[in-house]
Design a protein. Sequence first.
Length: 399
Amino acid sequence: MFQVRRGLLIIPFIMITFLGLSPYSQANVAEELKLTQQNDQIEKDPIGYEYLELGLKALESLNFKQALSHFQTALKMNSQLAEAYFGIGMVYENLNKDDDAINSFKKSIQLSPQLAESHINLGLIYIKQMRFFDAIEAYYDALIIEPTAERAYFGLGVAYQSLGRFEESIDAYNEAITINPNFADAYNNLGIVLSHVGMLQESIMAYKIAITIKPDFAEAALNNMGIAYQTLGLHDSAITAFTDAILLDPEYSKAYYNIGKSFHVTEEYNKAIYAYQKANQFKPDFSDAYYGLGNAYGSLGDYKEASKAYMEAIRVNPEDAKAYFNLGWSYGRQGNVKKEIAAYNKAIGIEKDYIKAYLGLGLAYVRSGDKLSAMREYKNLKPLDNELAETLLKIVDEM
């Protein structure tokens, strides 16, 4: 009677892929600023550019304090230097001072509206702040200036995906890939969206291309590819993909968790237990892995260990109604009706319309000989699921 649930797949990984300061982003920023400087120096006074160059070098070396100092010095010498404000925005962005970064990027846009990178990085921060419509506007502003800015299309893909506008997200990622066929991150995120809309074979192909382009990015793409295989019911292929991801990153907790799910489906419960334990070893607050561990122990009939695992899941996430339900089920299997009833009541306290918890509670009262309480649960269950309620009533009537 225990309940299996699916893990979370999509958005968290997208945000990690997109929001990190990658060498790709740094290289493009530096090149963009250099090109802007070259063009602007024809018409502008070059005062301040020496410190701007020093700031860029410090930024590329991730020496943010020194970079900020150089950019500020450049502005003291030339208050109209839009690129210096952009550089300051980059520093604040990497220091997670998002509001200061936004102000700096806006100042750079005010001074030089054609600086596409300012619009792109403004969009990136809006994504971080979950301001997806503002991000879309910023990326379109960038594309008006630079129609081949693949990072702007990539950002649009993330924003549309976060809004659940998957067709537009797919179009945006495809545009990014058309401009830059070696854009591994775009292929990976495209795979995630394709998987979400049920285009699983296409998503697997996208992951494979991402891995071919960027082998050091492979563990995340392999994990996502494994999830697509799982959804197709191809668990042997999923296990291979997750195993390859773990070989690349032996502490990849999500891959251990996902391979545990496939081992559970293929009824290799001891392997599933090992995988879930490894997931929790590398991520002690991974509640879904504790939940999966409880399910695997339950499938082996080790209800005591199952209870312990569900308790760990609840420790990490006290609002997990399904963990309480499965905890109640495991207590029932151990003959501990009192604790079973308490766990089901906890589940219902969190999720008021939890049909299976009402049914489990009614059956527990039947086993404890409490007909009055069993009838109460019948009445609670009836408006939620009349058929199950009538089944419970027949059992109660036989007491």
